[in-house]
Structure formats: structure tokens, C-alpha cells
Design a protein. Structure first.
Length: 489
């Protein structure tokens, strides 16, 4: 139920724009100037600031709008994979790791996210938000392709390419989707938000010697039309039946660099595989200069642009294999992410008539702790030419979103995350799903992975927000199931 002052605001603003096909320049300026004047003492006047909290409505499983879970094995291990980095998702977790992959390898996975967001107002009214359906759309997905160039070097008669690997990946490391009912008290702030952002990652890696590999790549953040309409979308609602909306899109470029140090390996007769890996990965910040339209009931009222700042991230990791022989492998890893959200100080909205609406964010830096383990059976007597892996992981993170600038687009809170997975890899004469031989010459192995993760968010009570209509109790309950495939050529 809307408060009286909030309802009066809607009545004051909407008659100027609702029911008109076009808006005159003078009335538009009167509308906007009135908005800015009221905003000085009415912080809930966010009709034009619909996008202000893109960082606040996380899909699931991450702090703010950073999506954790970008690969088959890594996701099941609580994202503790930067030091293992031994499948094609190393393009994301640690680009230096692709030097460990032989031949050409491909992997892809998708996470199907379900759950809901609960809100209880200070008056005790309860409301439930969802993912705009039974699952998040579009779901987080990833696709990675790697190639070691030693065979090409052999054909060309040179060894210069023996220690070089190339890769390209497409994933969704940042994103959000959230849908609130129109009668929620903060409906003039938001009822829906979606950020279907993807990252294209061309990557190059070099193995300097038996101890050190280095990798680097670009992060090309952009939108594509078949994922969420190819743009940021967000809207709010004013009773009795009026909608305000903003959309926008852009492309931004960042970079990443990773190091993989292997001070301890198995004996030569066991393949000289890593027993201890140490990792460091840096992902640069990037800024999306989003440009789009401000709409009232589907009619364009103004052009709008705003900047979305993606954080720089520092990752340290260590992986230890207490067991690594011909028949079994057991790995334990812990990773630490330092996420620099402090650059997300505001999300000011600049309108085509010259008016700028300031929107403070003032997020804080956080540390995310990730722990994961994997146990592999490399030889199974009853299933020759098959490998089996079981995986588990844990994540602990605090929210970067302060109470003062908390926004229902990001009902983010501190969380504990648990994940589990199982993976099989068939090769040689094994039959994949009983359909065809896995090691058929062109294809050397095929893998299938199943993933489950549950993010346990703490309840969060907001009492001192700059927008009084946002105050109340929030609780997020989200979980995800995923499936992934891997093909080695």
C-alpha cells in the first residue's frame, strides 16, 4: 500500500505525461525541474532514476550484481578454481591455466535459477518478488573454446608455438533480473529490472617454463539482442495504472591477466602433473556509458544516459592435491577475491534537456572467501574408459551495499553459499549415453557435469534509507541447478 505522500507525488507528476503521445518541451522542463526540487527533500522521487541500483538486484549467488559460477567444475567447487584452472573455463578463472589443456577443448554450461525475494514493510505488510517467471531469464550461461598451438607448430616445422595457447569465451559475469508486484510500497522506485550483460573474452597464454605460466585477455562487455532484448531494462509503477521505464545499452572494454605458479609436481612416470598450484588473477575495472530512452507508458519523454561502473577484482588462489596418482586424484583449494566496489560512488542520470539527477551509491570494498574440493576416480573397474568426479564448495561474502543507499533492485545481504556437483568423462571405447563412441578419432573425450548451488542470504532490515519507502525487512531465497558439457578434440 502506498503512503499518502507517495500517492500525492504520483498524482502531481503523472498528469503531465500520461495519456499524451508527445510531450511539449516546456511541460517536460517543468516536470523535470519540479522533480529535482522535490528530490532535495523527498529521496523516494526516483521516477527518473529507475536504473540507480543496477548493482543491487543480484541474480543469485553473488555479491551485488556480480554473478559467481562461470564454469562446470568451478561452479560446483564454490568458484574456488583459479589455481586448478584445468578445463576451458580457465579463460574466466585464470587465463594462464589454458596452457595445461591439450589439443582443442570446448565447454559450455547454463545455470537455471529459481527462488524469490521477500519484503516486509515497517507496517507488517508482506510482498514477494520473483525472477520474472519460475526461473531467471536469460539464465547465466558460458561457452569456452581453447587451442594449444603445438600441433600447428609441428606442421609448420617450428617449436615457437609449443608453449602458446589461445582461447575465447562468452559468459555473463554481471547480471540481474528481479520483478516486484505493482502494489509494493516502493513501486515508484522499481517494479522490474534486468541487466542481460555478456562478456566476450579473447585470450592468449604462454608457458614460460615448467614452473610458470602467464595468460591475458580482453573483457568486452556488451549486450546481444537474443538475450533480454539486448539492453538494460527497468521500470516502476504509479497507481492507478501508469508505468515509467528506462532502457540503455553500450559496449565497454576491460582486460584480465593471470599467473599460475607450479612449485611441486608429480613424478615423471605420473605425468608431472601439478601437486601444488599458486594463482594470481587481476580483472580490470570497466565503465559502461549506457544510453537509452526515458519512457512514460511507452511514450518517449527524454533521452537518458548513465554510467555503470564494473569493479576491478584481485584474486589469489592455492590448490593442493594430497592424492594424485594413476587411479585417483583429490584436490583442495581456497581462493580469495578482493572486489573494489568503492568506485561505484554514484549512478547519476543525465537527461537530454541538460538536467542531471544525482544518485549517490557509495558502495564499499569486500572480500569473498571461496573453498572447494574435487575427488576423481580416473579408473573404474566396472566402467572402463570412464572418469568420475565429485565436487563441493563453499562461499562467504559480505554485501557491498550500504543501508543508506540500499535499493530494492538489489536486495543484497551477507551470504553463505554451498555448492555440489558430479561430473563424468568418457573416452576411448566408452559409449556416451549409449549413442556413440567417445574416442572416435576426431573427438577424444566427452564430459557431462551436473551442478547444484544454494545461496543462503541473511535477512536484512533497512531502517535508515534515503528513501523511506524502501525501509523494511528483506530476505532472499535463491538456488540454481546447472548442466554442462565438455568436448576434447
Amino acid at each position: 500500500m502506498l503512503g499518502s505522500s507517495h500517492g500525492q507525488l504520483a498524482k502531481a507528476l503523472l498528469p503531465k505525461v500520461v495519456g499524451t503521445t508527445t510531450m511539449k518541451a516546456g511541460s517536460m522542463r517543468d516536470f523535470l525541474e519540479g522533480y529535482v526540487m522535490r528530490a532535495a527533500f523527498s529521496p523516494w522521487l526516483l521516477v527518473l532514476a529507475l536504473i540507480v541500483s543496477l548493482g543491487s538486484a543480484s541474480l543469485v549467488y553473488g555479491e551485488a550484481f556480480r554473478v559467481l559460477g562461470q564454469g562446470n567444475s568451478g561452479t560446483a567447487q564454490g568458484d574456488a578454481f583459479a589455481a586448478q584452472a584445468d578445463d576451458p573455463s580457465a579463460i574466466f578463472y585464470n587465463p594462464a591455466g589454458i596452457t595445461q589443456l591439450e589439443g582443442i577443448q570446448l565447454s559450455a554450461s547454463v545455470l537455471f535459477i529459481a527462488g524469490h525475494y521477500d519484503y516486509e514493510s515497517p507496517d507488517g505488510e508482506k510482498f514477494k518478488g520473483n525472477l520474472n517467471g519460475s526461473i531467471a531469464t536469460p539464465p547465466p550461461t558460458n561457452l569456452y573454446l581453447t587451442a594449444k598451438l603445438d600441433k600447428l607448430g609441428n606442421k609448420l616445422g617450428t617449436k615457437l608455438m609449443d608453449n602458446i595457447a589461445l582461447g575465447v569465451g562468452i559468459n555473463s559475469p554481471f547480471g540481474l533480473v528481479i520483478n516486484w508486484p505493482n502494489n509494493v510500497p516502493f513501486s515508484a522506485v522499481t517494479t522490474f529490472a534486468q541487466l542481460p550483460l555478456i562478456d566476450v573474452k579473447p585470450t592468449l597464454a604462454f608457458k614460460a617454463n615448467e614452473y610458470l605460466s602467464v595468460g591475458a585477455g580482453l573483457d568486452i562487455y556488451t549486450f546481444i539482442s537474443f538475450l533480454g532484448g539486448g539492453e538494460v531494462r527497468t521500470r516502476s509503477f504509479f497507481p492507478p495504472n501508469s508505468n515509467a521505464a528506462i532502457n540503455g545499452k553500450d559496449t565497454a572494454v576491460g582486460f584480465n591477466i593471470g599467473f599460475l605458479l607450479t612449485p611441486w609436481r608429480t613424478e615423471a612416470d605420473l605425468g608431472e602433473k601439478p601437486r601444488l598450484n599458486l594463482a594470481f588473477v587481476y580483472r580490470s575495472a570497466a565503465t559502461l556509458h549506457l544510453t537509452g530512452d526515458f519512457l512514460i507508458d511507452g511514450q518517449k519523454a527524454a533521452r537518458a544516459n548513465f554510467d555503470l561502473k564494473l569493479p576491478q577484482i584481485f584474486t589469489w588462489g592455492a590448490a593442493l592435491w594430497p592424492i594424485r596418482d594413476r587411479t585417483n586424484e583429490w584436490k583442495f583449494e581456497t581462493d580469495l577475491d578482493y572486489v573494489d566496489w568503492s568506485t561505484f560512488k554514484d549512478l547519476d542520470i543525465r537527461l537530454s534537456n541538460g538536467i542531471t539527477i544525482p544518485q549517490p551509491r557509495n558502495w564499499k570494498n569486500i572480500v569473498t572467501i571461496k573453498v572447494g574440493t574435487e575427488y576423481k576416480w580416473l579408473e573404474i573397474p566396472s566402467l572402463p574408459d570412464w572418469e568420475l568426479a565429485v565436487r563441493a564448495g563453499y562461499i562467504r561474502a559480505n554485501t557491498p551495499v550500504p543501508e543508506l543507499t540500499f535499493d530494492p533492485r538489489i536486495p543484497n545481504a551477507d551470504f553463505n553459499g554451498a555448492s555440489f556437483g558430479i561430473g563424468v568423462l568418457c573416452k576411448g571405447n566408452a559409449m556416451f549415453l549409449g549413442l556413440f563412441v567417445c574416442g572416435n578419432g576426431v573427438i577424444k573425450a566427452i564430459g557431462l557435469d551436473l551442478i547444484y548451488k544454494n545461496q543462503l542470504y541473511d535477512s536484512r532490515r533497512i531502517n535508515n534509507n534515503i528513501d523511506p519507502t524502501v525501509n523494511g525487512k528483506y530476505k532472499t531465497e535463491l538456488q540454481a541447478g546447472g548442466i554442462g558439457v565438455r568436448i576434447n578434440f
